[in-house]
Design a protein around this ligand. Structure first.
Ligand code: XMP
Length: 606
């Protein structure tokens, strides 16, 4: 089936994905394209949306995109940076000024199809430094911001030209804080672009069943089933298309799974009726042998990815199924984030896109029936296929598993610029009535879309949670060379810390599994598992005040799509229980709660 579709031009990863998911909510397919993609690539779409960007339109930043898109006869809508670019292109003026941030009222000047069904005052979300202060002759002002109708910078919050079918919003309708953003996007997509809403899960299942049958022919499919949402939904879809007899499932225990995880995964797959050809291999020693002595986070990731490939190839030969096609639960953002876009941050290396798999893809030997879907859509599909709610709404768990949560070190201190950083950090924290030390380890973060590898800071003292968060972001802003703040849950701020030599070993993984299980059980017991998006537990080989070997860090976060995140609050009862259960464990030297948002910290510590 050919779907009417919208092209979303990606000027800044997270905005573009949000826009695409919102367009899809109105049952119209949206796909991400790049600013310099050739004009022919845009021709099949019924409309274009230009995303926001961290760049400044007033300074001509990011202006080298393919402007021939403006010659196309299809409607174009821009948000924020996109809005300013449209204004400029058609003779308007953009200045650096009129900054607005957060909720704002939008005053709509006249009824217009793009605001169809909405009241004349709308709550919208703004985040901009530049503003449109004049529009070209064919454009009109459709709405202004109530921040200041009298000031030029706050006019032109929405502009349009019905003759050209070009529109722009200064605000971000794609974020949930714009109350009726979905409706505005639907108005553009359905009414102005005239798209037929056919992007439904029922249609998708039918199409994919057909596509799988066609690609697989009379062969069978071999799929690695991790127990995660994506591979489980993919397995169920393959079974529907081919029958479970023509699906071989392999679950690999890589030694970095959660406590009791492999047993639970095997039971789930059996419950779903996927156990006709279900195989299990304990490959712990393959992985741990390959990781012996390795400390660098990206090197760990690439070794884990390669070992998965080695293990599945070896097992396929053992099972006599090496001629089967390889099934993968790759989802849409995975294909965009690795190599698919020039803007992608390369923080994680997806192991469904390592070179050997790329080669198999080129040979047509890989089947990826979820490659067009976002996570929310995969869950919707899973529901339609009868997968239980709990299995679909588990916290996401990274492919390399606990491997990226067990920090490794050769024991040589990662000297945090010693005295000067120590002084800056404690001065900054004192402003909030807290003590602080920089930890002699480093963790991965993301700053201005680039990867950073900097020191975490440990804060100590009693403050209300909101104040702690304020202190955390204040300290991170004031001091350079740090990318995270954690809050010490021990009695005193440790002054003597020693980084120990520690690698990926079974003993350390067992300890992490134990602590991680305590945290997960506590979240469930307190009924907050579902409201928290993900909660990594991390072990850092830091000896504190001469006791124990490992510092435990708990990182509960709220997020929508993992591109940004904020620290999630845990109740004081829950924290007290964690303190009691975790600090008592032999080999644990301390416990801290990560307060960092993303950016500047990533969700995982490496
Ligand atoms: P970060 O740490 O980049 O994580 O903020 C964003 C999301 O990605 C997950 N993650 C991974 N998933 N392989 C994966 O399959 C990886 O190497 C990897 N690293 C991070 C992380 O758990 C979070 O949900």
């Amino acid at each position: 089936m050919n779907h009417d579709a919208i092209a979303v031009i990606d000027f800044g990863g997270q905005y573009a994905h949000l826009i695409a998911t919102k367009v899809r909510r109105s049952e119209v397919l949206a796909e991400i394209l790049q600013p310099d993609d050739p004009t022919e690539m845009f021709e099949k779409y019924k409309g274009i949306i230009i995303s926001g960007s961290p760049s400044l339109a007033s300074h001509g930043e990011d202006s080298m995109y393919n402007k021939e898109i403006y010659d196309l006869k299809i409607p174009i809508l821009g948000f924020c940076f996109g809005h300013q670019e449209i204004a400029k292109h058609y003779g308007g003026k953009v200045i650096h000024g009129g900054r607005e941030w957060g909720h704002t009222d939008l005053e709509i000047l006249r009824s217009h199809p793009i605001f169809d069904g909405l009241d004349s005052v709308q709550q919208v979300w703004m985040s901009h430094f530049d503003s449109v202060v004049e529009v070209g002759p064919e454009f009109e002002e459709l709405a202004y911001s109530s921040m200041g109708p009298g000031t030029a910078e706050h006019r032109f919050a929405a502009i349009g030209s019905d003759s050209l079918r070009r529109y722009g919003f200064q605000f971000h309708p794609e974020v949930d804080d714009t109350t009726n953003g979905d409706k505005m996007i639907a108005n553009f997509v359905l009414d102005i672009c005239g798209c037929k809403p056919s992007w439904t899960m029922e249609n998708y299942i039918g199409e994919q069943v057909g596509a799988i049958e066609k690609q697989v022919g009379d062969k069978s499919v071999f799929l690695l089933a991790s127990g995660g949402v994506d591979s489980t939904v993919a397995a169920k879809l393959f079974a529907q298309a081919l029958g479970s007899q023509r699906l071989e499932l392999l679950h690999v225990d890589n030694g970095m799974m959660r406590k009791d995880e492999s047993r639970k995964v095997m039971a789930l797959l059996a419950d779903l009726g996927l156990d006709s050809n279900l195989h299990f291999v304990d490959a712990t020693s393959d992985f741990l042998d390959a990781l012996a002595g390795v400390t660098d986070p990206e090197k760990k990731r690439s070794i884990i990815g390669q070992t998965f490939v080695d293990v599945f190839q070896r097992e396929a030969i053992k099972l006599g199924i090496e001629g089967h096609l390889l099934g993968q639960g790759t989802i849409y953002p995975d294909t965009i984030e690795t190599g698919g876009t020039k803007r992608a941050d390369t923080i994680k290396t997806h192991h469904n896109r390592v070179p050997i798999i790329e080669k198999m893809i080129a040979q047509g030997k890989v089947v990826e029936p979820l490659a067009d879907l976002y996570k929310v859509e995969v869950r919707e599909l899973g529901e339609k296929l009868g997968i239980p709610h709990d299995a679909l709404w588990r916290h996401p768990f990274p492919g390399p598993g606990l491997g990226v949560r067990l920090l490794c070190s050769d024991g040589k201190p990662e000297n945090p610029g010693a005295d000067q950083l120590a002084e800056e950090v404690s001065d900054a924290a004192r402003e909030y009535g807290l003590e602080a030390v920089a930890l002699p380890i480093r963790s991965v973060g993301v700053k201005a879309d680039l990867r950073s590898y900097e020191h975490p800071v440990m804060l100590h003292g009693k403050l209300r949670y909101e104040k702690l968060l304020e202190a955390s972001s204040g300290v991170l802003k004031d001091v350079s060379g740090i990318n995270r703040c954690v809050w010490n849950l021990g009695q005193t701020l440790p002054r003597k810390m020693r980084l120990l030599a520690a690698y990926m070993t079974k003993d350390r993984l067992d300890l992490l599994r134990e602590v991680d299980a305590i945290v997960m059980e506590a979240l469930e017991r307190h009924g907050v598992y579902d409201s928290i998006w993900q909660c990594p537990t991390v072990l850092a080989p830091l000896e504190i005040d001469g006791k124990g070997r490992e510092l435990v860090i708990v990182r509960p976060i709220h997020s929508e799509r993992a591109m940004t995140a904020t620290a999630a609050r845990l109740s004081s009862e829950l924290i007290a229980e964690l303190r009691q259960e975790i600090l008592d464990i032999e080999n644990v030297s301390g416990l801290a709660l990560d307060l960092t948002s993303k950016p500047p910290g990533t969700i995982e510590w490496e």
